[in-house]
Design a protein around this ligand. Structure first.
Ligand SMILES: Cc1cc2nc3c(=O)[nH]c(=O)nc-3n(C[C@H](O)[C@H](O)[C@H](O)COP(=O)(O)OP(=O)(O)OC[C@H]3O[C@@H](n4cnc5c(N)ncnc54)[C@H](O)[C@@H]3O)c2cc1C
Length: 479
């Protein structure tokens, strides 16, 4: 490994690849370090949904849009709960990033853009993704990276992780790396960019940064918070870990493994009206199951004991309701009850409650009350989907949990993308982009559609294109 690089990028994922590509295009000698044996990071997991206003795609469809409207939507949906300066940078530069992907082979799904999908809808159609989710994005970016590697501007080292940041007189001067065989080395650079992703795969980091919410996640196992910890060790501020909102809702494949959550339940009432009821550990309903706002349902679940709930139904509902799972066939679901650790079935309500760990008296009373609501067509939560009462054994329950695909907290940066210390002063030569900043930084305690993937790409692009400087960079390339 060469000893002194213009730019060291740590993490060859969503944000790291464009950082390296654009810095390389400006002539930087870039070292790109990746812990995994493949590049792409969370793009291998992500749905890759992106939101941008003023894209060529929108123009092609005759959709009028403006970043100011996008910003207003984000403010409205998050109740103003995100950092406006960084949010504005992400939003104002989103279309250029999205167009860059399209110019390089990214083909959005034909039915996109849409106004909303899994999260709160925007005022106009600006939300798009590719046929293979995050992989469609990687397929567009990878050839760009390959071109820079071929030109000799970017050197990619795989299966090697950063273990700490090196400093001198308070400035970052490089990183320590460790290869899979345990061999360590120090590498030096004028700029170090942390694009190491979040921490939703680390029980320890989650417990420390987001202590009031249990970890249940479905994410890249390399999202271990190593960049966050390394920056904190040299004085960086880490915040927003408590700005957490769970997703609604997933099933743990192993109740003892917080990383075993899988989605797939069809919970969007716009696509499938619920026939089941949702109860908490007390056997009580806690939300209007068909509330059109997923944000309302997510916040309600967040407040429940253990962030868990049970979808309860009976044989009549099971046989007549539309299919409940997008990933498992109807006939296979039946076989899961009393075999899968989150699927329960019993001949009586009391027995079901006992099996699944819900209060029996509470559940019984809830079913009586729900049956009355079906009869009178008046539900105390205002639920409109009241297709049939509970009247036929056996009874069923699926335990589900609020889970996450992202981590809320992370590093703070200024508008030059310099990592800030606990006094809000930039740490010299240290930059960051992507989930290492924490999802809450530009989403707040809610989900803003497509506001993680594209901001990671945008900040990476801006870093490589204009924010980073190095000795020997000519002034034309500097801006
Ligand atoms: C299931 C799922 C669905 C999602 N859907 C969406 C969506 O539709 N829209 C959206 O906007 N967001 C979505 N997200 C979130 C979004 O995909 C991520 O926030 C984003 O991709 C993270 O990008 P990143 O560059 O910060 O991290 P990553 O893409 O994870 O890249 C980080 C890289 O750093 C490497 N690394 C980590 N530690 C080290 C180390 N110490 N040394 C060297 N390398 C290291 C990792 O191996 C990885 O390659 C989703 C996430 C998941 C899991």
């Amino acid at each position: 490994m060469e000893e002194n690089w213009d730019v060291i990028v740590v993490g060859a994922g969503t944000g790291g690849i464009p950082t390296a590509v654009f810095a390389g295009q400006r002539g930087a000698r870039v070292l790109l370090i990746e812990a995994d044996e493949r590049i792409g990071g969370t793009l291998h997991w992500s749905s890759g949904q992106m939101t941008a206003a003023g894209t060529k795609l929108q123009k092609k469809h005759g959709i009028e849009d403006h970043p100011d409207w996008h910003f207003d939507d984000c403010m409205r949906i998050s109740n103003g709960d995100f950092e406006p300066v960084l949010g504005r940078i992400a939003i104002e530069n989103a279309a250029e990033s999205f167009d860059w992907l399209c110019d390089n082979g990214f083909e959005p799904e034909p039915n996109t853009p849409v106004a909303g999908w899994g999260h709160e809808p925007h005022r106009t159609r600006r939300y798009a993704w590719g046929p293979d989710g995050g992989l469609s994005i990687l397929q567009a970016m990878e050839p760009q990276l390959d071109a820079e590697i071929a030109r000799g501007t970017v050197t990619l080292i795989m299966q090697t992780k950063m273990t700490r940041l090196l400093t001198k007189d308070g400035a970052v001067i490089g990183i320590e790396v460790e290869a899979r065989d345990g061999e360590k080395a120090e590498v030096f650079g004028q700029n170090v960019v942390l694009t190491t992703g979040g921490y939703a795969a680390s029980r320890e980091v989650w417990a420390e940064l987001t202590p009031n919410h249990p970890l249940r996640s479905h994410c890249n196992p390399y999202s271990r918070g190593e960049g966050i910890l390394a920056a904190r060790a040299v004085g960086a501020k880490v915040d927003k870990g408590e700005q957490f909102l769970c997703s609604y809702a997933g099933v743990m494949q192993d109740p003892n493994d917080p990383l075993s959550v899988r989605g797939g339940l069809m919970l969007n009432p716009h696509f499938r009206r619920p026939w089941e009821i949702c109860v908490n550990r007390q056997g009580k309903r806690f939300v209007r199951e068909d509330h059109p706002s997923v944000d309302v349902r997510e916040h309600a679940l967040l407040e429940q004991d253990g962030m868990e709930m049970w979808f309860v139904f009976d044989e009549g509902i099971r046989q007549n309701a539309p299919h409940f799972h997008s990933e498992i066939e109807r006939e296979h679901i039946v076989g899961l009850f009393n075999k899968h650790p989150s699927y329960f079935m019993a001949d009586t309500v009391e027995e079901l409650a006992e099996k699944c760990g819900v209060d029996g008296a509470g559940l019984k009373a809830t079913l009586v009350e729900y049956n009355e609501a079906v009869e009178s067509k008046k539900d105390k939560f205002g639920r409109e989907s009241l297709p049939r009462p509970f009247d036929r054994a056996p009874y069923y329950a699926i335990r589900a949990v609020g889970f996450t695909v992202l981590s809320p907290g992370g590093l703070n940066i200024d508008k030059e993308m310099r990592v800030l210390d606990t006094e809000n002063q930039p740490i010299a030569n240290l930059f960051a982009s992507g989930e290492v900043l924490g999802k809450a930084r530009i989403s707040g305690k809610t989900y803003l559609s497509g506001m993680s993937v594209l901001p990671a790409i945008t900040f990476g692009r801006l870093l490589g294109q204009k924010k980073l400087t190095w000795r020997g960079l000519n002034s034309a390339a500097a801006e």
